[in-house]
Ligand binder design. Structure first.
Ligand code: C5P
Length: 256
């Protein structure tokens, strides 16, 4: 039988990737961040001076999407560290490194500049086709951890339940109030050492940015952001991270 598949979709900063990583850690599943693929393509396009908003760029960007060799590596802390006094340290958050043609681009693909253009890139049909193939392939073979036990797979994005893994065993659609999401995004930026000259650190501006990206993702023609009919909707506005992870882990255990 194939590994258990969990599809997690939702708008920007709804907590998908953190939740997905923690669910994968708790269950010993693999994790695939599909947004990273679109971010990589956007990053290469921008670094080559291609303007993603120019309709004439579509062909060039699609070619880049086909050529890009994208690799993911998620470091899990599978065991809780036991400190010398016997008490348990809380499990640390898993981290995902993203490789583009063997170069680590993990931080380069999270800049504001990439975030601002990624939805335009993700709206190009042939780009989506190229990424869909790569993502499905990685889903079938596991990421490059090698030691993968293939117990299961957690994938997050915008079209996982609808297009990438339509047969997923559990589909979750995460939603949260856009003000709450903006707050969370800001906290994340600050935690990761935000740079005031580069990062937008104003809650309202972040909220506007997120809403703009969601609007583009929802209204595009090819595989728009949409809740799959058989997805379970989870509003995380009033949930803690641990709380939302618990709900999903319990649901997986109930179904498998
Ligand atoms: O998840 P993340 O915010 O990194 O995704 C960045 C962008 O990539 C999204 O705003 C969306 O435009 C695109 N995306 C997509 N389909 C996916 C994952 C991401 O279109 N499955």
């Amino acid at each position: 039988t194939r590994p258990f598949q969990v599809a997690i979709d939702g708008p920007a900063a709804s907590g998908k990737s953190t939740t997905a990583k923690m669910v994968a850690q708790r269950l010993g599943f693999d994790y695939i961040d599909t947004g990273a693929f679109y971010r990589c393509v956007t990053y290469v396009a921008l670094s080559k001076g291609i303007d993603p908003l120019d309709p004439h760029s579509s062909k060039k960007i699609s070619a880049l999407a086909e050529q890009a060799e994208i690799g993911l590596q998620t470091i899990f802390s599978r065991e809780q560290d036991t400190m010398t006094n016997g008490s348990q340290k809380a499990a640390t958050l898993p981290t995902t490194r993203v490789f583009l043609d063997s170069t680590d681009v993990s931080s380069e693909i999270r800049t504001n500049r990439v975030s601002q253009y990624v939805s335009a890139v993700a709206a190009i049909g042939p780009v989506r086709e190229a990424i869909l193939q790569k993502v499905r392939k990685m889903g079938a073979t596991g990421d490059d951890q090698g030691s993968s036990s293939r117990l299961g797979l957690v994938m997050d994005g915008r079209d996982i339940g609808t297009v990438v893994l339509p047969q997923a065993d559990l589909k979750v659609f995460l939603v949260a109030d856009s003000r709450v999401r903006a707050e969370r995004r800001l906290q994340e930026l600050v935690r990761n050492g935000a740079d005031p000259t580069r990062d937008i650190l104003d809650a309202k501006a972040v909220q506007d940015d997120l809403e703009k990206r969601d609007e583009q993702d929802r209204t595009r023609k090819v595989s728009p952001l949409k809740k799959a009919i058989d997805a379970m909707e989870l509003d995380t506005s009033n949930l803690t991270l641990e709380g939302q992870v618990e709900v999903i882990v319990n649901e997986v255990n109930r179904r498998r």
